[in-house]
Design a protein around this ligand. Structure first.
Ligand SMILES: *[C@@H]1O[C@H](CO)[C@@H](O)[C@H](O)[C@H]1NC(C)=O
Ligand SMILES: *[C@@H]1O[C@H](CO)[C@@H](O)[C@H](O)[C@H]1NC(C)=O
Ligand SMILES: *[C@@H]1O[C@H](CO)[C@@H](O)[C@H](O)[C@H]1NC(C)=O
Length: 384
């Protein structure tokens, strides 16, 4: 067996004099290091204690790690209570989740003036913007506007318009498909992000107001019920659209039909945005020739919030001519007598369990040519 001799060992393990020398050097370096660290630490402390907190944290955490656009109030309550700008990159799932958050405290830590959110579901152009602008004029702080268009549509309005910057991130919508319900939920959800919005009205580009803003505001804010058309009718266009595969979750007796132009109070808007289960049943089984926009919300409210619904719409429409689309009124139809009859034709309806002569606040459908004669009638007939 090969073995190290004493001499050979010494070649591998330095002799004691060399060991002593190196230990001395190490001690010196260690003392020098401690001394240097002391100097550096002393310098740091003396400089940082004369500076504020920010520069001290900056010494240990580079400022780039913390660069934000906020000055002092990085969790501003103001931006939480109502986003100033409507642009965002949230997906529908993220948006609906966020919009369905409900405060558990009864009182607000700010003076909450309830607002009416006007949700415009449109392909693109809004021909009645001048009429609506006159309607909204002087009532800032009591309303908010949200517009859903075809994606990438640019709404061409002046900076001082009530509609300026009110486009929400929109998706493609196909008539009669679930994408219409998606767009409605998207409008509701964007509007729910503003905690002051209390009532939510869905309108189209062919809708007009037939009363002035104070009347509309009082009527909606003080109503115990929401206004969603919801009825049961045993026809191919009613019960005939029910799909047996929706059972047992949705039964035929619960099935309802109604115009999509709803008015909802906040509590119901949250409930609809938060619902995934029934929405998916409609998405899966309400097709073809079913039209989810005419059934999903009326049926869902009937199942869970019936007592809070007036079961009637506040948007007047004329189906008397038959066919798949209601009558559309252009310039020749617009007279003071016609608009007065829409406001009150002698019939009454229930409002807060009492009889009221005001049954409709809005009306459809109107062709763009109706704008000029309507602008002529606002002060004489509509009171704005
Ligand atoms: C609306 O219909 C529901 C049933 O879905 C009913 O409970 C409610 O009382 C009705 N609302 C009014 C104001 O009659
Ligand atoms: C008044 O309007 C309502 C709703 O459009 C309609 O049902 C009713 O028949 C009208 N009444 C008269 C007297 O025209
Ligand atoms: C506006 O009203 C005036 C007077 O009532 C009338 O002469 C004029 O033709 C109307 N204009 C339109 C666009 O209807």
């Amino acid at each position: 067996m090969w073995k190290l001799t004493r001499n050979e060992e010494e070649d591998y393990f330095p002799s004691s004099p060399r060991k002593d020398w190196s230990i001395g050097l190490m001690k010196f370096v260690l003392v020098l290091g401690i001394f240097m660290m002391g100097v550096v630490l002393g310098l740091c402390l003396s400089s940082t204690f004369t500076h504020d907190f920010n520069s001290r944290t900056e010494l240990f955490f580079p400022s780039t790690m913390y660069s934000t656009n906020c000055d002092k109030d990085c969790l501003s309550i103001k931006s939480f209570l109502g986003p100033k700008h409507l642009k965002h990159s949230m997906t529908d799932d993220e948006l609906f989740w966020r919009a369905s958050l409900v405060p558990q405290m009864e009182e607000y830590p700010f003076n909450r003036v309830p607002k009416v959110a006007f949700l415009f579901l449109t392909r693109g152009p809004l021909p009645f913007v001048p009429l609506w602008e006159r309607f909204f004029k002087g009532h800032k702080g009591l309303y908010s506007i949200y517009v859903h268009t075809f994606p990438d549509y640019k709404l061409n309005v002046n900076e001082d318009s009530a509609f300026y910057g009110r486009l929400i991130p929109s998706e493609e919508v196909y008539w009669g498909s679930i994408t219409l319900v998606d767009a409605e939920k998207r409008l509701l959800a964007n509007a729910l992000l503003d905690f002051s919005n209390e009532r939510f009205v869905l309108l189209s580009e062919s809708c007009i107001p037939i009363y002035n803003f104070p009347t509309v505001y009082e009527y909606l804010i003080n109503s115990a019920h929401s206004f969603v058309d919801s009825y049961d009718v045993d026809t191919p266009q009613g019960r005939g659209r029910y799909n047996r595969r929706m059972a047992p979750h949705i039964q035929l007796y619960q099935w309802r039909k109604g115009s999509e132009w709803f008015e909802l109070k906040r509590e119901l808007a949250v409930s609809i945005v938060a619902d995934n289960n029934y929405y998916y049943i409609f998405r899966k089984y309400c097709k073809p020739s079913c039209y989810p926009d005419e059934h999903y919300i009326p049926t869902y409210l009937n199942m869970f919030h019936g007592a809070l619904n007036a079961n009637r719409s506040i948007t007047w429409v004329d189906w008397s001519r038959g066919g798949p689309h209601p009558a559309s009124y252009g310039a020749p139809s617009i007279t003071a007598g016609f608009i007065k009859a829409l406001r009150n034709n002698g019939t009454f309806c229930m409002y807060n369990s009492k009889s009221s002569s005001i049954c409709f606040l809005f009306a459809r459908k109107f062709a763009p040519s109706a704008l000029a004669p309507l602008m002529n009638l606002t002060s004489e007939v509509m009171g704005f």
